[in-house]
Design a binder for this molecule. Structure first.
Ligand code: ATP
Ligand code: MG
Length: 719
């Protein structure tokens, strides 16, 4: 195969990056300029032209899905299969290392990965054993804090409490949590990375092996690496390997999770002999979309600064729909999607993005109603569903009965008469003797400490697990799963549950058996169940969904990073929602929200639709927000305001304050009237719009400025 095909469809700057023969390469460029494409082609170039073995290449992507795609694209370019090449996420790669070197990493051979839910459960347990009041010390906060320390590479032993009672408590929990994880042989996501870093730090011979192996390391989405990931890269690169990093400072959106955009700045210092390339042509979006994105991000200070342009045409205007409420918003999106599909487009070429996961529920309902298949990318996914987690817990116990997290989860699911009191006895014994819950339960049975009923219940649970794990070696994975689901009584429990939900759960459990049947272990010589459980845990962390049906994709703005779709909706463009209200008082966080808006807008290739709602019920309460500042930053001439026909007497601008004089009499209010609103306080009526239940009123409030409200629900009171 000849090298020119690696270079076709690359512009001059992209080609310069792909072929650069300096040791290191930094590509710093805006959205849609071909960074990921450069990375893929550079790998092909290294293999084809520089004769580097695929075995000597390590590529880091942001999601497992991205790594699968990367592999496919390189396969395609080179026409050879790339077995032996390491491509994966930081977490996936760390897991692979720890599996290979579990002894050096001081882990048990069959260590288990805790997902965020399991981690929280364990943190709670530790806090309970310390008698900490959950009201005063929310376990979620402790979990967050611990992960934050780990992301910085800090263990409890590295930290000093000083005089701060908050820190002192967090530190105590951190210590207890570390000990418990150690004892149970489980590790959380942040721990994967930190362990992998320490593996190299404390085992120079292991590090040397990988330093010799990997001649070239490539990292996509470099702006979102955290301190531990960056340290890991530097260690691995040593002085000999080459490192290619591609990223965009304007798309750094994981600061809240410890990502450090400064890593881009440190890069040129830490990796001398670097060739830096900027890419400026955007190949993804129409110029209207790009104009909007550039205008929004321009408001941030301290940018590295880039000039992004496109030679594709203007394209359509950006649609802006002002909805009455979240239901109206969702209906509008569903309608619009349906007509797009009717025009012959595929649903999977469209995406609905939102700031907060909670927004998906109403969107889902509207899509269901309109019979539009959808896929949630990153929400409650298959492996995170309750019934599936329960089934997996049985499988985990079959593999390792000392898995306390799994034990806690299913010891009384389905209910078998093991109550909180019995459990407390087991927990206490386990804690006092630092043994597993399984061992504690066995000991308690032997010593006949429980009443007959409870004792029988515990005994039959232990027996159930023992029986199932006795058959581990003989049965194929799917049959093991089937046994677990049947014999545990899980499937029977959900069969008896009434309605759709029980039905869906039964189907999910059946689907799990299907997943086991289709599972292909990486290593055919090793037992398959542990490999399956690890894959599941990693997939759940990755938050991706894979299905074959043509479906619109729903996802948070965060998980849309790196992706592109011909049609993109961004729902909920409102102050307090996006930008998120938690960010409003902190300039740093507000800038991160703005970058998130930039990421969202730049996902769109042909058409972007922005929607906002005048009133919204979310998180259990109703709020009235004005349109997002990010919408206001978009030049008016690329926006087309959409109004549904018939419901509105005339179009208004979202910034409008034009006074109308002929309406409103029938409503009991009149122009200029002083009114009061329970949230906004007092103000004067400026305008009426529409009639019937959807009639709206513009009020200029003394405290918060002009708001457009639905008359019927605003509960205005004449003053
Ligand atoms: P993001 O910042 O969103 O991750 P990116 O910089 O990684 O974007 P890519 O996803 O690599 O950009 O490319 C964006 C789109 O432009 C893709 O569809 C890609 O195939 C296309 N593209 C990139 N370079 C070229 C080129 N030289 N000719 C034609 N199409 C290109
Ligand atoms: Mg990319």
């Amino acid at each position: 195969m000849d090298v020119t095909s690696i270079l076709t469809n690359l512009n001059a700057a992209q080609e310069e990056a792909v072929t650069s023969d300096k040791q290191h390469l930094l590509v710093l460029a805006g959205a849609g300029s071909g960074k990921t494409r450069v990375l893929v082609h550079r790998i092909a170039w290294k293999i084809q032209v520089d004769n580097i073995s695929p075995f000597a290449i390590l590529a880091v992507t942001f999601t497992n899905k991205a790594s699968r795609e990367m592999r496919e694209r390189i396969d395609e370019l080179l026409g050879i299969s790339l077995r032996g090449m390491w491509v994966g996420t930081f977490h996936g790669l760390a897991h692979r290392l720890l599996k290979a070197h579990w002894r050096d990493a001081k882990l048990p051979e069959n260590f288990q990965i805790l997902d965020s839910d399991d981690q929280l459960r364990l943190v709670k347990r530790v806090m309970r054993s310390m008698d900490l009041d959950e009201q005063r010390w929310p376990p979620k906060q402790a979990q967050w804090w611990i992960n934050g320390q780990k992301d910085e590479g800090l263990r409890a032993a590295h930290l000093q409490e000083g005089g701060d009672p908050f820190l002192a408590t967090m530190l105590r929990v951190y210590r207890g949590y570390e000990e418990t994880c150690e004892r149970l042989g489980v590790i959380d996501f942040a721990e994967l990375l930190l362990r992998a870093l320490e593996l190299w730090k404390y085992n120079p011979q292991v590090l040397a092996h990988y330093q010799q192996r990997f001649q070239h390391i490539l990292v996509d989405e470099f702006q979102d690496t955290n301190a531990v990931q960056y340290a890991w890269l530097r260690l691995l690169a040593g002085t000999v390997s080459g490192v290619t990093a591609v990223g965009d400072d304007d798309q750094s959106i994981y600061g809240w999770r410890g990502a450090k955009v400064e890593n881009i700045l440190s890069y040129e210092r830490d990796f001398s002999n670097t060739h830096t390339v900027k890419l400026e042509q955007n190949y993804r979006s129409t110029s209207n979309i790009l104009l909007a994105a550039n205008a929004v991000i321009a408001k941030n200070a301290d940018r590295l600064g880039k000039n992004l342009w496109t030679d594709s045409g203007e394209g359509e205007a950006i649609a802006l729909y002002c909805a009455f409420n979240e239901h109206d918003e969702s209906r509008y999106i569903a309608d619009r999607l349906q007509s797009w599909v009717n025009d012959g487009n595929r649903r999977e070429d469209s995406a609905i993005l939102y700031r907060s996961n909670a927004q998906s529920r109403v969107l889902e309902a509207a899509l269901l109603q309109a019979d539009i298949p959808y896929r949630i990318y990153g929400g409650q996914r298959f492996y995170e569903r309750l019934e599936i987690k329960n089934a997996l817990s049985y499988l985990r116990l079959m593999l390792n009965c000392h898995d306390d997290v799994a034990f806690e989860r299913v010891v009384n699911v389905p209910p078998r008469g093991i109550g909180e009191r019995t459990l407390e006895v087991i927990r206490n014994l386990a804690r006092d003797h630092t043994i597993s819950l399984w061992e504690a339960a066995s000991a308690i049975l032997k010593e006949k400490q429980l009443a007959a009923r409870a004792s029988n219940a515990v005994a039959s649970f232990l027996q159930l697990i023992n029986e199932m794990s006795g058959q581990l070696d003989e049965l194929p994975l799917a049959e093991q799963a089937e046994n677990a689901i049947q014999h545990s009584g899980l499937i029977e429990m959900h069969r008896r549950e009434k309605g759709e939900r029980g039905q869906a759960r039964v189907e999910n459990l059946e689907e799990l058996i299907g997943a086991c049947r289709n599972f292909e272990p990486e290593d055919k010589d090793l037992p398959v169940l542990p490999q399956f459980l690890d894959q599941v845990a990693l997939d759940a962390g990755d938050r991706q969904a894979d299905q074959d049906q043509d479906a619109v994709q729903l996802m948070t703005l965060h998980s849309a990073k790196g992706l592109e779709f011909p049609l993109v909706f961004i729902a909920g463009m409102e102050e307090n929602l996006f930008p998120h209200k938690m960010s409003l008082d902190e300039p740093g966080r507000l800038e991160e929200e703005r970058r998130l808006a930039y990421v969202g807008i730049t996902r769109a290739m042909q058409k972007l639709v922005l929607t906002f709602a005048e009133s919204r019920s979310i998180y259990g309460s109703e709020s009235f927000n004005s349109v997002s500042r990010f919408v206001r930053d978009i030049p008016k001439d690329v926006i087309e305001e959409v109004r549904l026909q018939n419901t509105i007497s005339r179009p208004t601008s979202y910034a409008a304050s034009a006074i109308r004089s002929d309406e409103g009499e029938a409503t009991g209010f009149h122009l200029g009237q002083q009114v009061s609103h329970k949230v906004y306080g007092e103000g004067a009526i400026l305008n009426f719009e529409g009639n019937g239940p959807r009639a709206r009123v513009h009020v200029s409030f003394e405290q918060v400025g002009t708001k457009i409200l639905i008359l019927a629900s605003a509960n205005l009171v004449a003053v």
